[in-house]
Design a binder for this molecule. Structure first.
Ligand SMILES: [Zn+2]
Length: 343
């Protein structure tokens, strides 16, 4: 492609209203912000070079370590507010109009000595950023409380109960999810908690089939997960593909993330195109954009350059992001007709 063609498609992508459904707040913190946080909290603050080195991991374990180091520097409510506001500014700049953002509530608890009262001030900081983004950027945000699957079931219960409690006063808390290391723990132990969360009106997401086989996705479906994060290994199971299709289960795909954690060799090899052609409800997402050197607009651009998605197909990906969102039906249809009328 010539530079002019790239500019034209990048412009089209920016103008396309998009929702981002798989984005971890902690994974949006750029090295420069990390240095800023370190200056606030560390006796010997890390340098920009050290921060950049931290982000240069080569596998999934290295990624988890980097993620942990970044989260450790998020200490005060003001830190969270700053991180959230920076994330929201970048989302708006890419033409993202709605995002459903994971917060690692399980990790926050662990580092606050399991004091449930410590979470409220942090959440208040996040809410200040959300309200500011709604009024200044026209951006809508929902929160998904994420538990760490390889901690204990009772730790996850604490996270999900907090989600249910806060949701009654703050409907922006839309759902729950399970992140962490799938190789150490599947979904089955959380069956009862998912049923309870559903009863409390929370929507159910789940990371599955990122570092594990299709059986992990079957297990995630069996406990009631409505959306599957990554679902990379579904490509190896035709029966599962049929199941996902007939139930219209939304897949939150994150191609660049999968390449950076070495669970997929290249963007071209990612099953995005094959899932899309088979009629699955696929959405494109950036997961932890600061760690992976990408963002949502760039993922759309790569879908165009690496997997030959046409403008119409990119439009369908954007439409899918609203269909798969937890927005009310009226808002979904408004965005869908905006996408239809975009030249
Ligand atoms: Zn994720």
């Amino acid at each position: 492609m010539t530079n002019e063609q790239t500019d034209a498609i990048a412009d089209f992508i920016r103008q396309l209203p998009k929702a981002e459904l798989h984005l971890h707040l902690e994974g949006t913190i750029l090295p420069a912000t990390l240095v800023e946080l370190s200056v606030r909290h560390d006796e010997r603050p890390i340098s920009l070079r050290e921060a950049e080195t931290l982000y240069r991991f080569t596998d999934f374990t290295g990624f988890i370590e980097a993620f942990r180091a970044v989260t450790r520097l998020l200490t005060t409510p003001e830190d969270y507010e700053l991180a959230a506001w920076r994330m929201m500014q970048r989302l708006a700049a890419q033409g993202v109009v709605h995002a459903e953002v994971y917060i690692s509530v399980g990790v926050i608890y662990m580092w606050r000595n399991h004091d449930p009262a410590a979470f409220e001030p942090v959440f208040a900081g996040l809410e200040r950023a959300r309200q500011r983004a709604a009024s200044e950027l026209g951006l809508s945000i929902y929160w998904i409380f994420d538990a760490v699957r390889h901690f204990t079931v009772s730790e996850a219960e604490r996270v999900f109960l907090k989600a249910a409690e806060i949701r009654s006063a703050c409907p922006a808390v839309i759902g729950i999810g399970l992140g962490g290391d799938e190789r150490r723990c599947g979904s089955e132990p959380f069956r009862g908690l998912y049923a309870q969360a559903k009863k409390a009106g929370l929507r159910l997401t789940n990371h599955a089939g990122e570092t594990t086989g299709p059986e992990a996705i079957w297990e995630a479906l069996s406990i009631g997960s409505e959306r599957i994060g990554h679902a990379l290994s579904a490509i190896n199971d035709t029966e599962l593909i049929e199941e996902l299709k007939s139930r219209n289960i939304a897949l939150e795909l994150n191609p660049t993330s999968n390449i950076r954690t070495s669970v997929c060799p290249s963007f071209a090899a990612h099953p995005l195109r094959r899932y899309f052609d088979q009629g699955l409800l696929v959405t494109l997402n950036s997961d932890d954009p600061a760690f992976f050197g990408s963002d949502l607009a760039n993922e759309y651009l790569l879908a165009h350059t690496q997997q030959a998605f046409t403008r119409d197909e990119l439009r369908q990906l954007a439409a899918n992001s609203f269909r798969a969102s937890f927005l009310p039906e009226t808002e979904k249809s408004q965005w869908l007709s905006r996408i239809d009328t975009l030249g």
